[in-house]
Design a protein around this ligand. Structure first.
Ligand code: CTP
Ligand code: MG
Length: 235
């Protein structure tokens, strides 16, 4: 089967702060986006389609300039994303659909998760082949409460059944594209991951073991920690 990846990098990185959106900040000499692209660029993955913000072309070009030729030649020209992650993923999927050879499977990955391992990318592909829709998840360590508008606890879901999901999330391409088109058509524009889009469309989504190290860089503190680690590794 052919496999492509959509890497969403069209966010503004508001919570992380800093002079540039977090995907364009550097970790030990490499941008977060370049690290994510390189991590997804495994032998089983063909086309890599990045989604960027309007006006972000120069930052994108600069971020990918240092990638090895073996990786760079798999990049589709970047697509401009939308106001939400959901809209940005949809834009990437439509770019693949319009390309010369739409893939059998697609991996959807957050540019903000630069530490994903080759083993996890491989696992995502294999699980999507077996189940059609598969997402990495790790056990939740905190007890989670559902609260109402006043902050009063409504209920406490049993922790053992909860998973915090990550990316890359992996799907049969045609099914994910169709689910995204139908969700947008139906006005469902509030879905925060692609698993939720597939769930909404009635698909069964499997969760497999993610990696504790596959963190999403969200806050300024996440950025500082990641930068310190990357610089430590250079020494
Ligand atoms: N993303 C996107 N398009 C959007 C919003 C988010 O492509 N309209 C991407 C981000 O670039 C990121 C991933 O989705 O790689 C996960 O989103 P998040 O961590 O929330 O990043 P930002 O939205 O950029 O950050 P913030 O919410 O703090 O502004
Ligand atoms: Mg966001």
């Amino acid at each position: 089967p052919t496999v492509a990846a959509v890497i969403v990098a069209a966010g503004s990185g508001h919570r992380a702060g800093g002079p540039l959106p977090k995907q364009y900040q550097s970790l030990g000499g490499e941008t977060v986006l370049a690290c994510s692209i390189a991590a997804l660029s495994q032998p089983g993955v063909g086309t890599l389609a990045c989604v960027i913000a309007a006006g972000g072309e120069a930052l994108y070009d600069e971020a990918v300039a240092g990638l090895p030729e073996t990786v760079a030649r798999r990049l589709l020209p970047p697509t401009v994303g939308g106001a939400t992650r959901q809209a940005s993923v949809r834009a990437g999927l439509e770019a693949l659909a319009a390309s010369a050879s739409p893939p059998d499977l697609v991996l959807v990955h957050d540019a903000a998760r630069p530490f994903v391992s080759a083993a996890l990318v491989d696992r995502a592909i294999n699980r999507a082949l077996a189940f059609g829709a598969a997402v990495p998840g790790v056990p939740v360590v905190d007890t989670v409460k559902r609260v109402d508008g006043r902050g009063v606890v409504v209920d406490s879901p049993e922790r053992g059944a909860l998973r915090a999901v990550q990316t890359p999330q992996a799907f049969r391409f045609a099914a994910l594209l169709d689910a995204h088109r139908r969700a947008a058509e139906a006005g469902r524009v509030d879905l925060t991951d692609d698993a939720a889009v597939m769930e909404w469309a009635g698909h069964e989504v499997h969760v497999f073991d993610g990696e504790p190290g596959n963190v999403k860089l969200t806050t300024a503190q996440d950025m500082a920690r990641a930068r310190a680690e990357a610089e430590g590794m250079l020494e």
